[in-house]
Design a binder for this molecule. Sequence first.
Ligand code: PLP
Length: 399
Amino acid sequence: MKFDPASNIQYLRQFGEYGDVNPSITDSATYTFMQAKTMADTFHGETEGCFLYSRHWNPSNKYLADAMAAMEGTEAGWVTGSGMGAITTAILQLCSSGDHIVSSMTTYGGTFAFMQNWLPRFAIGVTFVDITDLEAVKAAIRPNTKIIYTETMTNPMLQISDIPALADIANTNGIKLVVDNTFTPMIVAPARCGAHVVVYSLTKFVNGKNDCVAGAICSTHEFIGQLIDVNSGTAMLIGPVLDPMRSSSILKNMHTLHIRMKQHSYNAMFLAKKFAEAGISIQYPGLPAHKGYETLKKMMDPQFGFGGMIAIDLGTAAQASKLMEKMEIEDVGYLAVSLGYFKTLFSNSGKSTSSEVPAEVQREMGLSEGMIRFSVGLDNDIEHTWEKIYLSLQETGCL
Ligand code: PLP
């Protein structure tokens, strides 16, 4: 049978302790044992099905981690209290003082700030490159490079990373490819394209309700085992664990993710075409004119479309503000950061989620101060939404 992330989640048989159709929530920090030896063995990771302490593993978190691994086609997963918790934990597991990372210049602003401002405190160096320039990626690799880091669809530029090509470069150099797949769950399964570690902010599309922050790391049993090793695991020792109540609610939301992704993609494609027809500068990887269109087509599962993220450029921050304020009044959606919500969210990336990126780097990556990033919602009547956007464009002098 063809790999289908949605069916992989559907066919997980996860029950509660009384045959509940949803797994029970394990509301415990610690677990009791009948035999002292079993506890000792569990400390050394040797007893399947036993739980020790909820910073290490919690059954509710395990259900969600298993669902993430099933979606990604990886052997294992681990869930974290935020997307940044997943990203920083994975990186700090793979890199030590003196190591080096080659990273996409366009990444989520928090990831950029972590690499640019925080990692140097521990003598971990980062070279930022245009991740679509494979020669630049190769040229940036040094003897101490441990990771190539990128996002499948980058935030906020919506560039597309060629994961199979980057995985080849990583494998040739004996290093790991770490991919943030937050923008493209279901659409792309990076590990199946060759990524060694896949990280997520579950806060976004995967949960889709904007009611919590959470994250996930998907990889091999070996890597997840290393993360939670009681003596040396970054997850175990730094402790970015997710609360089991939240795991339980996110798991239920995952069962509608495939339907939501199709609708996000349908609506985003509709708006992208309308913006293009109206002569507004638009980035959407689903339009053949987009530089990453062919690369995404090569990696994606077409049933889920090209994703829910679009970006338009109005030239100046003042013009972007005018339009966003008008669209909020017209109830197109909310002027808010974040993405993957059932309502449309829009923000000026350079002044919000990428404001950590210095102005000269924003210019280098081509991030215009007039760029508005949209996370297109699940609107049932997207034509009507476009009418509101069109009116807003007209009334703020964008057309
Ligand atoms: N990765 C991407 C691509 C993001 O856009 C974000 C947040 O916007 C994060 C990671 C961080 O996730 P969280 O806010 O859940 O820590």
